[in-house]
Design a protein around this ligand. Sequence first.
Ligand code: MV4
Length: 499
Amino acid sequence: MITKRNIKKILIANRGEIALRVMRSAREMGISTVAVYSEADRNAPFVRFADEAVCIGPAPSKESYLVFEKIIKVCKDLKVDAVHPGYGFLSENGDFAKALEKAGVIFVGPSPHAMKVMGDKLAAKEAVKGHGVPLVPGTEGAVSGLEEAIKVAKSITFPILIKAAAGGGGKGMRIVEKESELKEGLERAISEAQNAFGDGSVFIEKYVAGPRHIEVQIMADAHGNTCYLFERECSIQRRHQKVVEEAPSAVLTPALRKRMGEAAVAVAKSVDYTGAGTVEFLLDESMEFYFMEMNTRLQVEHPVTEMITGVDLVKLQIRVAEGEKLPFTQDELKITGHAVEVRVYAEDPANNFLPDIGTLNTYRPPQGPGVRVDDGFEEGMTIPIHYDPMIAKLITYGANREEAIDRMERAIDDFAISGVETTLGFCRYVMGHKTFRRGKYDTHFVRDHFDPKVLEGTDPEELLAAALVAAELWATGGQRPALMEPSPGTVSAWKLKRR
Ligand code: MV4
């Protein structure tokens, strides 16, 4: 018997756009909302939006958003029924989920057990084995030593990839091209894993060249029903940070979509998963797919799935956490249209994507048909240096892929941000790139097609600034114009641009 528990008050253990996103759904459901915030977020929109808000400490996450004793105390003080962890921070921390359970508070997410298994890449592979989920050929379990490594590498053939069991999201990976490099590669991988994760277990896989990152959204209730809500393609990344995502993928056939969806459901069922989860696959050039890992949280890019399925994933997470059944069967789910998301980071694409801290002197998000902006900032706010530098997620929807991308180009051009450099120009470049337009891109897109020089001289306001300099030069008879010598405190033309 699954007991139903009504959620009347929910605490969001997160900040920024995702805290707002979750609270909006809660409000629509008539659930009252509690924000917890750090001193750096005192004036953030998510704090104002909440029905109640409690400051839980100074800016550093380790003293605020990550201290679960403080969050649990707020739950008790304010009689909170449930906690939504968002993504990042405590969202994949099984101990946090356990501590909430002990305090009698519902954790909006899977069981601590499911989180623990999927948090260990080797345990995850072990769990899904025998469930009909394709795995990349490689070692069974951790590598015992060089001898086993050589044997496995020879049987699966080079190049191989050494991965840390405690890694994930690309952390702790090492490619080895040939046998003579194996000994050193293995030693380094083990010591790096030990240093980074306090766990030196590594495993070996065949290296899949030119793969696409395709992930499947799943949703499971506590009554044994698990559905897939189709895929997202997230191959446009740099240093394992996703920049552009779309749903559905431009390359899956209905038959392959069904096979991957069913494999994702099998992954979820292998750990009695409940709630929203994402099963990540690699798809190789011959359209073979392999299970990589499962993320046991709501993902940043979940809006593209919401757009093409018409499902509010946060509402569904909350319903399932209350013990309700999924309101649909697999057959009732279908894809309508196409959605694209770009992440707007306060980073400078012309300068190796270094975080660009500063104040949003101008901040005017785009509007109009098919445009959704999930953000947590307002004009005049300073982007705190303590957290992820994402300013906003810009999502567009269209009847088909071309319309969604055309809309994204228009929306990017309409997005006015000044005061910080952003990744908008980079995203605009991707939207217009013929390889992206054709849908024939893989995880090497940025490496193969992006040179920071392409962003130079394309910005209308930059061109205007250049014209002004030229005019000044002409007017001053070729003397170095004052415009080119910014005095201290002068805002540079670069910063004056809309993005
Ligand atoms: C791989 C791979 C090639 N072969 N595994 C990186 C993140 C992690 N979730 C899995 N990753 C990869 N695993 C094998 N056997 C290439 C990657 C990979 C990658 C995967 C998805 C998106 C971007 C990527 C960028 C570099 C490497």
